[in-house]
Design a protein around this ligand. Structure first.
Ligand code: SF4
Ligand code: SF4
Length: 364
């Protein structure tokens, strides 16, 4: 295992983090808890969960595992979250998490899922941020952190307000141009960086042919390509991966252990490829979150990405099971084109809607 500094906190964490959102049998608390113990024995020390994950079983699984993990006398860190804007509601979440997780304090507590700058302002106004800082003073939270889907320049703004010691953000070889500034801002401010969604929502490993160029060495597979690209960024502290079972842990640990740093030329080659050939892909940057009739535009455009590379799964499954929406939502569209005006990829969004409808009608 490789360990990295978590910003300037003085903590060293495993570069591979355990994401507690994908358990195969989450209602089987005991056997799911064994997966965490297995991961700790393989050298993983960063464990991330949240209320609501896996039918709300995840924190209970973690709590069951924590009882045993404490006996092993090995260091480990627990991360959990609250998305409540109100201070009182966040406090309730925190107290529930402490109880369920069987801990006296949370190592990394996330002001969770900051989506827009308005949302961020709401977290401050509602008292959530103040409550996190108060709980830190009380010793219930060791490090106040936040998790976000904001674009890089807005992540920088939140970071520079100075409330937090770390950030969790979605970042992968596909969307790196949009969040890179956020990672740099974290590094400039001595903050830890936890990367979620390192496989681009599964796009990379489900389409190994398309993403073959991210493999720098012949012995690498597409998982290695995706993880090793991120590992080359020294400012990333943790790469969070959702594990279904012990085999998933073993596969990811083997990939991490086979890492050899890339040369600057190799990294540049990958970046140029993404910026060139993948220019027509939606990167889920969510700048198009401005629709007057609340259509989640990115969910449809990202699903339509599959028309531009050889997607393995069907487009309608992507829409339904990954994004939890359906084509009929598009009936609300007034064709105002406000979304196209702000699309960072300059995509013809309305055309993509039509292509998606046609492809789903043909059962693609
Ligand atoms: S064109 Fe349609 S999807 Fe785009 S912003 Fe207007 S109503 Fe929303
Ligand atoms: S459609 Fe454009 S603006 Fe919207 S998420 Fe995709 S790339 Fe970003």
């Amino acid at each position: 295992m490789i360990y990295r500094k978590y910003g300037n906190t003085g903590e060293k964490v495993s570069i591979l983090g355990f994401g507690g959102m994908r358990f195969e049998n989450p209602s089987d608390i005991e056997s799911s808890a064994e997966i965490l113990l297995h991961a700790l024995n393989k050298g993983i020390t960063y464990f991330d969960t949240a209320p609501g994950y896996c039918g709300d079983h995840s924190e209970d699984i973690f709590g069951t595992a924590v009882k045993e993990m404490k006996k092993l006398n090995k260091p480990f860190y627990i991360s959990t979250k609250s998305n409540k804007p109100s201070g009182a509601d966040l406090r309730k979440n925190l107290e529930d998490s402490l109880r369920r997780l069987n801990v006296d304090y949370i190592d990394f507590y996330n002001c969770w899922y900051v989506l827009t700058m308005e949302d961020w302002e709401g977290r401050k106004k509602g008292g959530a941020v103040a409550e996190i800082l108060k709980a830190h003073e009380e010793g219930l939270i060791r490090y106040p952190v936040f998790s976000t889907h904001l674009p890089g320049n807005e992540i920088r703004q939140v970071i520079e307000e100075g409330y937090f010691r770390g950030v969790t953000l979605g970042y992968s070889v596909i969307n790196f141009p949009f969040r890179e500034e956020g990672i740099q801002a974290a590094a400039d401010n001595g903050m830890g960086v936890v990367v979620m969604n390192p496989l681009g929502g599964g796009t990379i490993t489900q389409n190994p042919g398309t993403f073959d160029f991210i493999r720098v060495r012949p012995e690498q597979n597409s998982l290695d390509g995706a993880l090793h690209f991120l590992m080359n960024n020294k400012n990333i502290s943790v790469i969070l991966t959702g594990f279904r079972n012990k085999d998933d842990v073993d596969t990811a640990v083997a990939s991490i252990n086979s890492f050899e740093p890339y040369t600057a030329v190799e990294i540049e080659k990958i970046k140029r490829h993404i910026e060139g050939d993948f220019n027509n892909l939606c990167t889920t940057c969510r700048y198009c979150n401005n629709c007057p009739v609340d259509i989640p535009v990115w969910k449809f455009v990202e699903s339509a990405n599959g028309l531009y590379y050889k997607a393995d799964g069907s487009l309608s499954d992507r829409l339904k099971y990954h994004w939890g929406t359906e084509l009929s939502v598009l009936d609300l569209c007034t064709e105002c084109r406000l979304c196209e005006d702000v699309c960072t990829q300059h995509l013809p969004i309305l055309e993509r809607f039509e292509e998606l409808k046609a492809a789903i009608a043909e059962n693609k």
